[in-house]
Structure formats: structure tokens, C-alpha cells
Ligand binder design. Sequence first.
Ligand SMILES: [Zn+2]
Length: 101
Amino acid sequence: MFLKGVPGRPDIAFPRRRKIIQIHGCFWHAHERCAIFRMPKSRTEFWDAKFARNEARDARLEEAARDAGWDVLTLWECELKDEAGLIDELVDFLGPTRANV
Ligand SMILES: [Zn+2]
């Protein structure tokens, strides 16, 4: 998805709230201390470099978004299974609905 004026091509954007949600796959983003992520046992140099590049890009995009005045919430693939926790996190991040403002 690409929204004009939203930095970094986020997965989900709420332009009126200036909030962005990124969803990271645990493998591709090398989620630390995560049951899903396992460092591959072969071609470790390739994977180390690949994960380092992904991490640097994640950090750069998040910084660019924050610099442009957007709030960023990063959700991990492994967190999506905990539906109740996920809803709490989203409500916290997005704040009250417009009807309640
Ligand atoms: Zn994870």
C-alpha cells in the first residue's frame, strides 16, 4: 500500500490520526527472543547481512515517519495470535474513536 504523504509505505495508516502500524514477519525482521525466529544454520553470513539490512531499513523508516510527525506502532507476527492483547494494544495506540471525542 502506498499513501501519499505517508513515509515508508506502512502496512496500515490512519492519516487523520497520523498513526502508522507496521506488521513485521518474525523471520524476515529477525525478531529476538521469539519462538518463530530461528537463525538459519547455513549461509549464516548471507542471513546475518540480510537481517542487518532489514533492521537498518526498519529503523530508518520508523525514524522518517516519526520525524514527519507520525506515531508508529510495530506489531510482530507472533503477537497477532493473542487476540485480546492485540485489541488492547490497538485501542491504546489509536485512542478513542471519533464518536467518543
Ligand atoms: Zn516474533
